[in-house]
Structures are given as structure tokens and as C-alpha cells.
Design a protein around this ligand. Structure first.
Ligand code: SF4
Length: 495
């Protein structure tokens, strides 16, 4: 028996359907939709889930894995039946079918008094969204006659600290919460079945589109907003809905006397005039940068399973840096470092950042709280460099508030992220020409490169290293050009 892609229900389809039947319909009827193709960052999340799942299985000695083609349902159900009858202490990916509902249980553990089902999650806590997932498995297993007494979410334990991974997982009992959801499940399954069998269902857009997970079909359902929609006002939050209700769709529609916080008010002035607004204080803010200025940027990884001494799950670790140093007469020096292999990268990163920033009057970063955290973490992990790293942190200045508090260009779109600000103020300088153009992808690639290097051929590793170096270098070069442009603008404040 193989499953029809269009009609059958599974635990993931049940969860998608609870969030939105329209999303479920598209996922089931258009499994090859471009929105469902995982980019590098999402693929990294999937890969992490697989790695965490494999490690979870190691906690159950003697367990039997029911793997194989996910469409070969009958074969997997039969292998599960044999494992149950054969006395296996635990079964991984245990497969069950009741009616047209198929579930595969991450871990099914035999106990003296009945079975425990465990859903493995690579999160640090049990989340509300995990409970329907567990409940539908409990429903299916009990419908198949299995005596399941306990339901768990097995998640990563934030107390775990490398190299001791004995407490990598915490197992939380969610039996009562899952059982409370059971009575509603038959009607929910009927409704989802009907939705799948019919034409594309209607569904109102709203919170459901991002809760509990961001829907991949947002662009199909949400109307395109006009340029400078009021929701792009800086930090406007829920007040945007009030402005729309008051008849103001775009920033240009707003009356001049509408009260806005300072940054949003500057944004409105800029959008109305179509020109860059520059506050008189910009020159003074830039004058506080002490030459030579080191423009610093770190890239980090956050391995779910800690890999280096003292690290907890998802601890953020700097593994790459770029630093441009602007010396006298506009001379620009570039320093860079990118860790290699699975060893602890922190001593080498610490050394590289201390060398790169040696002699700098100001160390400038964009959204510098991130660089400060990286420096603090490095100082704690590499005591021999602590003082030098603390000295770098003392000279650290944040470029973002200098821009946010003094400049607005109509193309910022309400964002002061480097990737919004630089293309607007420095035309021709962006990230579109790079293979890696944003931090999430860089982090995913870095993690694969360092911790899963055996899965990559040597040429592929070299290619990815080149892309990562180009991306990080672009970030600090963008800061250099941005400061040059700000200095120009500071010479002619206005608007
Ligand atoms: S965007 Fe919203 S309404 Fe549309 S399918 Fe996704 S969750 Fe449903």
C-alpha cells in the first residue's frame, strides 16, 4: 500500500490543518509548490531535527528502527507489528494506521504497565504547538489497540553542558494535556478530510498565518500592501490597524499633525518629501568615532547539540569575523578569520579579533549588542585573551543608533537593518550579487561546514568558505561606505 499524496491524513497534516485548512489543502494538493522548497536555513532546521532524533534514539538501548520509504505504509506498519510482538524494548518511527490516518511515533517505549510514546523535539521546552502533535498520535495508537499509558515530549535540556551530554534530553510528561485534546480529534479529522476532498477552502487571514508557525503561502493570501503602508512606520505595532481604520493607508495619507514618536515622525517627513532627512546632530555623533576605526562583524553558529567545552544547547558561538580598519589618509586594511573543522574555534577567533582591532580608537559594529555578546562569550571561554577582549569591548560603538537617530531615507521602509540602510544610502552596494546574502543562511552553512564537514566534498567546502568570506567582508565594507556617506550627509543637514 502506498499513500495517495492528496487525501490521506498524517500527524503533520493534522497539525497543518489545525493551523489552517487552506494551508493543508495546498500542502497536500501541491506538494511541489515552490513555497515548500526548503532554503538553506530551513534545510538546516530539518537536518538538525534529524540529528537530534538520531541522538534521542541512542537513549533507548536495544530499540528497533522502523525506517524505509515513507510511502511504504503497509510494510512499515507490519514491521512495527512484528517489533511489538517480538518484545522490542523500544521502537523508533513506529508506524500505525487507523482509517486513513497514518502516524509514525518518534519513540515508543515498552514499560511494565503499558507503552510510553515520546515525540522528540529539538526545542528547549515543551511548546503549546507540540501538544496536538502528541495527542493525534495518542488517538491513533489507542485506536489501534495499543495500551499507551504515558505521552511525553522529549526535548533538549538547557542545563546540559559539553562535554557531559548525559543530560542532553529532558522528558516531560504531557499525558494529561494530550488526553484533554482527545475528545475533539474525531470531529477535527472529519473536517480536515472534507476540506481535503473539496475545492480549495476559504480561510480568513490573521494571527493563524504566523501562529504557531509562519505559513509558507503568505504571498498567496495576503494582499500586497502599497508602498509606504502605515504598517511600515518604525515600531508602529498594533497602532497601524487604528490608522488604517481611520482611513490612512499610507504614510502620505497621514495628516501632518498626527502624533508619532520621533523616529517615525522623521520617517513620515522623509516619505512625504521623497528626500533623505538628516538631523543636525549627525556630525557630532560621527565626531565621537576615534580613528583609526575598526569595522567589526562576527558570524556565529548555535549548535542544538553543544560541541565545545562549557557550551549549552543553542549557545551562540562566534566562528567567523571580518574587520576593515580605516587608517590615515583613507587607507583600508582588511582582516578576516573563518574557523575550520570541528575543533573549538574560540581561541583562534579570540586571537584574530584582538589582532584585527589592535590599535583601533573605535571598534564600530552595526547593532553592536551582538558583537558585545560575542566578545563577552569569547572572554569567558578564552581566559588567556580575557583582558584584550574586554579592551576591544570597551572601544565598541554601535553605528545603528547613529543612523536611526539622525537619518532617514525613503527607501529604508521603516527598517534600520544594515541590509535596508546600505542599498538606500550607498546605491550599487548591496548583497544581491552574493551567493550568501543574509545571516541565517550564513549561520546554517557555517554549522554544516564546521560540524558536519564529512557530508561535504573538499571542493564544496572550499566553495562555501569562499561564499562565507565574501558575505562577511561585504558587511564590514558596507559599514565603511556607510560611514563615508554619513560624513557627506553630515555636511548638509536638512529636510
Ligand atoms: S496565509 Fe494564512 S490564510 Fe493563507 S493558507 Fe496560510 S495560514 Fe491559511
Amino acid at each position: 500500500m502506498t499513500r495517495s499524496p492528496g487525501t490521506g491524513l498524517s500527524k503533520s497534516r493534522y497539525c497543518y490543518g489545525l493551523q489552517c485548512p487552506r494551508q493543508l489543502w495546498w500542502r497536500a494538493h501541491e506538494p511541489d509548490a515552490p513555497e515548500l522548497v526548503a532554503g538553506p536555513a530551513l534545510q538546516a532546521v530539518f537536518d538538525r531535527g534529524h540529528r537530534v532524533g538520531a541522538l534521542a534514539r541512542e537513549r533507548f538501548p536495544g530499540g528497533i528502527l522502523v525506517d524505509g520509504d515513507h510511502r511504504a505504509v503497509r510494510e512499515r506498519v507490519e514491521r512495527t507489528r512484528r517489533a511489538v510482538a517480538g518484545g522490542a524494548p523500544a521502537i523508533f518511527e513506529a508506524a500505525f494506521v487507523t482509517g486513513d490516518l497514518f502516524v509514525a511515533v518518534d519513540v515508543l517505549e515498552r514499560g511494565r504497565a503499558g507503552w510510553t510514546l515520546a515525540e522528540v523535539k529539538s526545542t528547549l521546552d515543551v511548546k503549546a504547538a507540540h501538544l496536538p502533535d502528541v495527542a493525534v498520535q495518542l488517538h491513533a495508537l489507542r485506536a489501534c489497540g495499543l495500551d499507551v499509558r504515558r505521552a511525553e515530549v522529549m526535548h533538549l535540556d538547557r542545563a546540559c553542558r559539553f562535554p557531559d551530554l548525559s543530560n542532553l534530553f529532558a522528558r516531560d510528561d504531557v499525558t494529561a494535556e494530550a488526553e484533554a485534546l482527545l475528545p475533539a480529534i474525531p470531529d477535527q479529522l472529519r473536517a480536515l478530510r472534507a476540506a481535503l476532498a473539496g475545492p480549495l477552502p476559504e480561510a480568513a487571514i490573521g494571527d493563524r498565518c504566523s501562529d504557531p508557525y509562519e505559513c509558507p503561502f503568505l504571498a498567496r493570501c495576503w494582499p500586497a500592501l502599497p508602498p509606504h503602508h502605515v504598517s511600515t512606520l518604525y515600531r508602529i505595532g498594533r497602532r497601524a490597524a487604528d490608522l488604517v481604520a481611520g482611513g490612512h493607508q499610507t504614510i502620505r495619507d497621514l495628516p501632518e499633525d498626527v502624533a508619532l514618536p520621533a523616529v517615525a515622525a522623521r520617517q513620515a517627513r522623509s516619505v512625504r518629501s521623497g528626500e533623505t532627512v538628516v538631523e543636525p546632530g549627525l556630525a557630532g555623533a560621527l565626531a565621537r568615532l576615534e580613528p583609526p576605526v575598526a569595522f567589526l562583524d562576527f558570524e556565529t553558529v548555535m549548535p542544538a547539540v553543544p560541541a565545545w567545552d562549557g557550551c549549552h544547547p543553542y549557545e551562540q558561538v562566534a566562528v567567523q569575523l571580518s574587520c576593515h580598519v580605516a587608517g590615515p589618509g583613507g587607507r583600508l586594511e582588511h582582516h578576516e578569520f573563518l574557523a575550520e573543522g570541528p575543533g573549538d574555534p574560540r581561541p583562534a577567533v579570540a586571537g584574530a579579533v584582538v589582532r584585527a582591532c589592535a590599535g583601533a580608537g573605535t571598534v564600530l559594529a552595526y547593532n553592536a549588542a551582538f558583537e558585545r555578546r560575542c566578545l563577552e562569550h569569547l572572554a569567558a571561554a578564552v581566559p588567556a585573551r580575557r583582558e584584550a577582549l574586554e579592551e576591544v569591548a570597551r572601544r565598541l560603538v554601535d553605528l545603528l543608533p547613529i543612523v536611526r537617530d539622525h537619518v532617514y531615507h525613503p527607501d529604508f521602509g521603516g527598517s534600520f537593518g544594515l541590509k535596508s540602510v546600505v542599498p538606500a544610502l550607498c546605491p550599487g552596494l548591496g548583497y544581491a550579487d552574493l551567493d550568501i546574502g543574509e545571516g541565517g543562511t550564513a549561520s546554517a552553512v557555517l554549522e554544516a561546514l564546521l560540524l558536519d564537514e564529512r557530508s561535504l566534498a573538499a571542493e564544496e567546502r572550499a566553495r562555501l568558505r569562499g561564499q562565507l568570506l565574501a558575505y562577511c567582508e561585504r558587511d564590514t565594507l558596507a559599514m565603511v561606505r556607510l560611514v563615508e556617506r554619513l560624513r557627506e550627509l553630515a555636511g548638509r543637514p536638512g529636510r
